[in-house]
Write a protein that binds this ligand. Structure first.
Ligand code: DGL
Length: 267
């Protein structure tokens, strides 16, 4: 068991932000990543479709790589598919919603928490539910920010356009005097600088990647899964576009040399 890798998946390459955090927390671990680049975005799709896609990816990770645990790095999949997947598969499955909510509740002082994510994630109410479970009196103000993903994919992370979009989406949350803003989407950490500039110093920005890595560390021990001892990464995608290298570099902070394209519908 201990030599088997941990599988991580996302709707695209954004989940590499979670890979980066896990590599830092568990440098000795073997990681296998799957990015569903052919079918991104998940954020606008229906729950049925998200569940079907997530199932195919977990089947692939289990049959091809015999993963010992799965991390659902995608917020939208974590919101809609996590419960169903935990019922269907025996392998431990960790999503990003619980760690993200935990991190936000730890940080807030006034109990007023802003949550932003894709339409799917926000309308699922998953973050709201989890934050209220941990802090029943919290005031949660949520908002989908559908233009953030294309902004990040285009590399528009700072500057006039990024700032105008961030102002537009965050205005109603800032008016509610939030002191914590939870970035509930794989792509949003890349906009952190602009989001912080617009929100001001008093608002603490929290993303789930680091807390997910810490939770994974704790849970692996709880599940009795030993660490593998030789860190390495393997990368799969469902489409290898012209922009792959540029985008992967943006999310992971370094180049990925070897990547394999998979026909995920087969699984
Ligand atoms: N990975 C998705 C998430 O974290 C964002 C991109 C998408 O819409 O698929 O919700």
């Amino acid at each position: 068991m201990k030599h088997q890798p941990i599988g991580i998946f996302d709707s695209g390459l954004g989940g590499l932000t979670v890979v980066k955090a896990i590599q830092k927390e568990l440098p000795q671990e073997r990681l296998v990543y799957f990015g569903d680049t052919a079918r991104i975005p998940y954020g606008t799709k229906s729950p049925d479709t998200i569940i079907r896609y997530s199932r195919q990816i977990i089947r692939f990770l289990l049959s091809r790589e015999k993963v010992k645990a799965v991390v659902v790095a995608c917020n939208t999949s974590s919101a809609w598919a996590l419960d169903a997947m935990r019922k269907e598969f025996k392998v431990p499955i960790l999503g990003v919603i619980e760690p993200g909510a935990y991190a936000a509740v730890e940080v807030t002082r006034n109990g007023r928490i802003g949550v932003i994510g894709t339409e799917g994630t926000i309308y699922s109410g998953a973050y709201l539910k989890e934050i209220h479970r941990l802090m029943p009196k919290a005031k949660v103000i949520s908002k989908p920010c559908p233009l953030f993903v294309p902004l990040v994919e285009e590399g528009k992370l700072t500057g006039f356009v990024a700032e105008a979009v961030v102002v537009e989406y965050l205005k109603p949350l800032l008016k509610e005097k939030i002191d914590t803003l939870l970035l509930g989407c794989t792509h949003y950490p890349l906009l952190k600088k602009t989001i912080q500039k617009v929100s001001g110093k008093k608002v603490k920005i929290v993303d789930s990647a680091d807390e997910t890595a810490r939770t994974l560390h704790r849970n692996l021990e709880a599940y009795g899964v030993e660490l593998s001892g030789h860190g390495s990464g393997k990368y799969y995608v469902s489409d290898l576009s012209r922009k792959f290298k540029e985008n992967a570099q943006r999310f992971l902070g370094r180049h990925i040399n070897r990547v394999e394209k998979i026909l995920i519908e087969k699984y």
